[in-house]
Design a protein around this ligand. Structure first.
Ligand code: MG
Length: 164
């Protein structure tokens, strides 16, 4: 058996994000525009799910987090498409020698209902991450007893496997 130190065969990553609802702006979750009277505020497009996926990917390779790579203080990320952040994380995963296997997410928000849009979100996130939509979990809960009805929260776990 070789004593050569090999990279782990698999790596797990976890990401979390939250954004506040604001009236009069579009709602983007998982790269999809969803019909609603409020959107998620933030310096970029406020896509809470893509931000949590980006952080999960970066965490899996022990990289810098989304805020370090794309500081909110930098005007070039104002209203940015969050797919740009995700793409950078995916490039870093590839450069580290890993492929994405699957990811699972839980959204926590009072409204709108995610169920009717879950398949579309899984398909879009799968396209963005280069994995089949049946490797993308999208679950949603309402924030019972949490007092966060004006926020959307995303939790994401991602699994990577060594590319070689
Ligand atoms: Mg965010």
């Amino acid at each position: 058996m070789s004593l050569e130190k090999r990279k782990p065969e698999m790596r797990i990553g976890y990401g979390w994000d939250s954004h506040e609802f604001r009236p009069g702006i579009p709602l983007k979750i998982g790269g999809m525009l969803l019909p609603h009277d409020k959107g998620l505020g933030g310096h970029s497009d406020g896509d809470v799910l893509l931000h949590a996926i980006t952080d999960a990917l970066l965490g899996a390779i022990a990289g810098p987090d989304i805020g370090a790579l794309f500081p909110p203080s930098d005007p070039q990320w104002k209203n940015a498409d969050s797919a740009v952040f995700l793409r950078e994380a995916l490039q870093r995963v590839k450069a580290a020698g890993y492929d994405v296997v699957n990811l699972d997410s839980t959204l926590i928000l009072a409204s709108p209902k995610i169920g009717p849009h879950a398949d579309a979100i899984r398909k879009r996130v799968g396209e963005l991450c280069g994995i089949p939509s049946d490797c993308v979990g999208v679950k949603a809960k309402t924030p019972e007893g949490m007092g966060t009805d004006n926020a959307a929260i995303a939790n994401v776990a991602v699994l990577l496997k060594r590319a070689d």
